[in-house]
Write a new protein. Structure first.
Lengths: 186, 566
């Protein structure tokens, strides 16, 4: 043990330099060349940063598309899922309440049209996306609140739907809402 | 939906295509043969010189273990020191406080042993200094420790009689310079180019589009996430781990991270074959592990893609599957795939919240950790498998009336004792820990009401999962558990220590003992270890140990919940 202690100590110091100084510095230097320079991509609207491309936001007003329920209220100072188990009665009551609220806010929509992802909290609490179906079901409400034609809003969703070979189709909620705002300010 | 299934099939295929040449490369590295990264030699020599290490001095298995344990002790003390004082140290732009001693104890051990159980949340629980000097550092060195220990076993299984099994520091440093550092650099850059932050700036305050003030947590994320996956560590930068859209921005990064965390465990199996020039043996081991993996994967993907029956009863559209705790950009299938790869391999990073998975999926995740040898952690997975292998050889030998031998070395009482202790320690720690905790909870449910986020069977599963995760050195959790209390911090901390070092020392000791024995050339009387028949035997041993030991506990938790839902 004794003859190992000193080498162990010295090796630790050397590796601290390698793993905690040189390695992060190399990554940092590489990240400077990345699109957002290692800061995370932001979205600007009316000359100010309104959010991060990858971080969802809370939308409660009817004229905005609403993201998924969040266990941290979309405050990205933290992140978490609800961690509710599938059979938890309180949790199921919450889901039912979210469904009732959604049906009141979106008259004319039937239960079977409501995608479950609009009623269930995301893993991070910051999910920036909706499925195309979860956006489509909100079109009538948003169009009415903004005095826009339904077809126009639908076209916007189609334009914002990201298809990719890998993974599910998705719509970035913040980008969609920013486009809507920009449209009306013109 | 089929698109999602194709995606996960593609991820697995790419993993295999990369793992095979990586295994061949690792075998060359550790045999000291010419290889691609030989230009790192001056760096390694520099490290040895500065540390006063003679990397050519061959060690016995005992000397290996003393060197391993000593340096681990140094790291533990370093981690405790930094975590307990981080509040007053530099690189703390968000002003996060120092950790309480019991939380620091749990965190230091958890990262030291490659487990990465997190009883804190990264955004508010750690300074950037701790993220780099404690977390990132331990993620590198703990993974390299596991690989080095596995290489000692490789060396010992060769067909010769010796006490000298190479140099620990040599294996350890090469694991870093030839594998973990260059690999992490590549992965970190892919992440950074896809939007993962890499900055020392603190949280950004901003006004959202709707007008709320929010903060967005940033930090040196990309560098840490790369080694988190590649080293099968699993501890996330952010609380939500790889479900966080900055830690795992899109499906491509998800695939890269998922491949990164599986690749070394699989490559190590192939490396064993190349190293010993017994490729058939490696394919047998790989086959057994893959059968186990698929057996756990299939039900999980099925149940997640079919959604929660209790939510289906509400009459809503569940086309995407069970989305509670999952992210849209990743989807149910890729989340299910990730959750199983992460539990069979002791990585434990999550891209969705395991607590909200369907009961059978949760059980599959737990079974992955309970067997802990289907691919398994960086190096240590193979060590666990090795213990099962010894037991299978022994039982099979008795069944056919032959002397139990493995690779030309006789397996005797001493090796068997060690193998049995190692394999039985795991169920003992999990079941005793859960039983004790459940007893505590039952004796005073009001006092401990903060522990469980869910009532009934699922609450029991939360406790069982936590001890399973600790003992498997996995680190994921049913995170609804209120686990930052002295009881959980200390009990799981002790479990972590025992479950890391005994399963390393045990298999290395067996291998060391075998290496000393006379080599008996294989003959018609030998039970060959590299056949499918023997593979079935090993699988049976694993299933019997896991099923018999854990079935009663699983029946109380996930199975009971399943039958209450369906």
């Amino acid at each position: 043990m004794k003859q190992n202690l000193l080498p162990a100590f010295r090796l630790t110091l050397v590796l601290l330099v390698v793993c905690c100084l040189i390695y992060p510095a190399l990554v940092w230097a590489g990240a400077q060349l990345a699109p957002a320079g290692g800061q995370g991509e932001t979205i600007r609207h009316k000359g100010r940063v309104v959010g991060y491309d990858n971080v969802g936001q809370n939308f409660t007003r009817p004229e905005y598309f609403q993201g998924r329920p969040s266990a941290v209220d979309y405050n990205a100072a933290g992140s978490a899922g609800s961690n509710k188990g599938p059979s938890n009665p309180d949790y199921l009551a919450t889901v039912q309440a979210r469904l009732d609220t959604f049906l009141i806010q979106n008259p004319g929509v039937t239960k079977a049209q409501v995608p479950a992802e609009l009623l269930t909290a995301s893993g991070s609490g910051l999910d920036p996306h909706l499925s195309p179906a979860a956006a489509a079901v909100q079109v009538a409400r948003v169009a009415k609140a903004r005095n826009l034609e339904v077809a126009k809003v639908q076209a916007l969703i189609a334009r914002h739907t990201q298809h990719s070979l890998l993974g599910p189709d998705r719509v970035n909620v913040l980008r969609l809402n920013v486009t809507l705002d920009a449209l009306q300010n013109r | 939906m089929n698109n999602e299934l194709l995606s996960i099939g593609g991820i697995y295929l790419v993993t295999l295509v990369l793992a095979l040449p990586l295994g061949a490369y690792l075998a060359r590295v550790f045999r000291g043969e010419k290889n691609l990264l030989d230009f790192m030699r001056p760096v390694e020599n520099g490290i040895y010189r500065l540390s006063g290490i003679d990397a050519r001095r061959e060690m016995t298995w005992q000397q290996h273990m003393v060197a391993l344990l000593t340096i681990n002790l140094v790291w533990f003390l370093l981690a405790m020191l930094v975590l307990c004082t981080q509040g007053s140290l530099p690189l703390n732009p968000d002003g996060n406080p120092s950790m309480s001693p019991d939380l620091a104890f749990n965190t230091a051990i958890s990262f030291l042993v490659n487990c990465n159980l997190q009883h804190y949340s990264g955004e508010s629980g750690l300074s950037y200094l701790s993220q780099i000097v404690v977390i990132t550092f331990l993620q590198f060195v703990s993974a390299a420790t596991g690989i080095a220990a596995a290489v000692v076993v490789f060396n010992a299984l060769q067909t010769r009689t010796t006490e000298k099994l190479g140099n620990f520091y040599d294996y350890f440093v090469k694991s870093l310079t030839r594998l973990l550092l260059p690999g992490s650099l590549l992965i970190a850059l892919i992440l950074a180019f896809n939007g993962t932050p890499m900055t020392l700036q603190g949280k950004q305050e901003l006004i959202s589009l709707q007008g709320d003030s929010v903060a967005v947590s940033r930090g040196p994320v990309a560098a840490m996430v790369a080694i988190k996956e590649l080293g099968t560590n699993g501890g996330g930068f952010y609380g939500a781990n790889s479900a966080h859209p900055l830690e795992n921005p899109n499906f491509l990064t998800n695939a890269v991270e998922n491949i990164a965390l599986v690749i070394i465990p699989i490559a190590m199996v192939f490396a064993l074959g190349f190293y010993l020039k017994r490729r058939k043996l490696a394919y047998m081991i790989f086959g057994v592990m893959t059968v186990g993996f698929v057996a756990l994967l299939a039900p999980t993907v099925y149940y997640e893609m079919h959604g929660n029956p209790a939510i289906a009863k509400l009459g809503v559209d569940q086309a995407l599957g069970a989305m509670e705790g999952k992210e849209i950009r990743l989807g149910a299938a890729a989340s299910a795939y990730w959750s199983i790869t992460n539990t069979i391999i002791s990585c434990g990073s999550v891209n969705s919240m395991h607590d909200s998975f369907m009961p059978i999926s949760g059980m599959s995740q737990m079974l992955g950790m309970m067997t802990n040898a289907f691919y398994g952690g960086c190096g240590v997975g193979l060590l666990n498998f090795f213990a099962y292998l010894i037991i299978a050889v022994f039982i099979a030998g008795l069944m056919v009336g032959r002397t139990p031998e493995l690779l030309g070395k006789k397996i005797e009482a001493r090796e068997m004792k060690i193998a049995v202790i190692v394999t039985l320690l795991h169920p003992l720690l999990i079941l005793a820990g859960t039983a004790l905790t459940a007893h505590l909870y039952a004796s005073n449910p009001t006092e401990y009401s903060g522990w469980l986020a869910n009532p009934g069977y699922h609450g029991f599963s939360e406790m069982l999962y936590e001890f399973t995760s600790a003992s498997a050195n996995n680190g994921s959790g049913f995170e609804g558990l209120g686990d930052n209390t002295p009881w959980w911090n200390i009990s799981t901390g002790v479990v972590l220590l025992l479950a890391r070092f005994l399963p390393i020392v045990g298999p290395v000791a067996i291998a060391g003992l075998l290496a000393r024995k006379k080599y008996v050339p294989e003959s018609a009387g030998t039970l060959p270890a590299d056949t499918a028949t023997f593979g079935v035997m090993v699988l049976a041993v694993i299933v019997i140990i896991a099923a018999l030991a854990f079935f009663p506990a699983l029946a109380l938790g996930p199975l009971a919940e399943h039958f209450s839902l369906y």
